[in-house]
Write a protein that binds this ligand. Sequence first.
Ligand code: I85
Length: 361
Amino acid sequence: MEEPMVVDGGVPHPPHAGVMNAKTTPLLDDYIISNTVLGLGINGKVVECFCKRDGHKYALKVLLDNPKARREVELHCRASNCPNVVRIIDVYENIYNGQKCLLVVMECMEGGELFQRIQDRADGAFTEREAAEIMREICSAVQHLHLLNVAHRDLKPENLLYTVPGNAGVLKLTDFGFAKETFSKDSLQTPCYTPYYVAPEVLGPEKYDKSCDIWSLGVIMYILLCGFPPFYSNHGHAISPGMKKRIRAGQFSFPNPEWQNVSQDAKDLIKGMLRLDPTERYTIFDVMRNKWIVQYTEVPQTPLHTSRILREDCDQWQDVQDEMMRSLATMRVDYDTLTIKALDNANNPLLSKRRKKAMDH
Ligand code: I85
C-alpha cells in the first residue's frame, strides 16, 4: 500500500521520511570516545566524547540499531532545532563492539539536572518567578514537539538538563526513547476527502499521548514550587495503597507551610495540568497562553521552600524518580488503551446505528 502524503505547512512528504541521514563512515575517524559515562538512557548509554576537528566535548549516545532506536533518533532529530531540546550534532550507523549501532553525537550539557541545580543553590532562596521562567523553557520545548505532532511521553526531572554550570545556561529536554508520532485531527493523513466537510469521527479518535506530557508538566511544576511531588506517601514509603488511590482519584493538595505564599495563579495552572480526565486537561497551547507563563517576568518573587525541602528529602529523591517513571509507564499503556476503546466506539456499526437512532429522537 502506498503511504499517504503528509502536508504540514511545508512540502508534502511521506509520513516517515527521515531527517536522520546517518553517516556510514566510522565515528572514530571524527571523535575520540572517553571512558566517562554521563548517564544511562532507556535504550542506551551516554558517554563523553571529543571531536578531533574542534577539540570540543560532546555527549555520545550508543543505541543498538533496531526500529525502536530508529524512532528515537528520528523524532529527536526532527525536534532538534528547538532551542530547548538537546541538539543532535551527528548520527552514525556503525558496527560498534561487534553490533550494528546508531551513534548519536549531541551537544554536551555540562550544567547537570534541573533539580540538582535548585538543590545546590547557596545564594538566597529560589523564587516563584524563577520557577515560572523554568516552566516557560520546558513548556516551549513541549509546544515545539506538539506542533510537530510528537509526544515525548517521558518528561521527568532527569531528562531536563542545563547547558552550562552556574546560574547561567539554557534548560533543555532530552531522551526521546518513548517519543511517539501523534497524528491529530489537524494533520491530514488521508487525502481522500475534502477537509472542509469531513465529519470528526472520520478522522479517528483523539490521541491521548500529548496529554501525558501535560500531566508530567503539572508534576514538575508542583515539585518546582515546593520540593515534593503532588502524589506522595508522607510515610516515606515510595508507594502506599493510599497514594495509589489518591492518584487514581486525581486527589492532591497544596499543604502549608510550603504552599502558603504561592500565588493562586500558579495553583490554578497546576490544577488545569493535573486534571484526571485527559480530554479536560489543558493542552500545551492553553498552558502557553496562561498568564503565569506568558507574564512570567511579573510573577511575584516569593521565596520558596523548594531548595531546603530537596536537600532535606534528598534520600527520597530516588523514590520520587522511580515513582514518576512508574506513573509514566502506566499512563503510556492506559492512554493507548483509551485510544483503542475510542476507535472501537467510532467504528462499531451497532453503536453507530444506536447513536443515529438517538439523534433522530
Ligand atoms: N551531559 N536521563 C538520566 C547528557 N549531555 N543524558 C540521560 N537519556 C539520554 C542520562 C540519564 C537522561 O538520552 C541522558 C541522555 C542524554 C544525556 C546527555 C546529553 C548531553 C549530557 C539518559 C551530562 C553532563 C556532562 C558534564 C557534566 C555533568 C553532566 O550528563 C554534570 F553536571 F552532571 F556534572
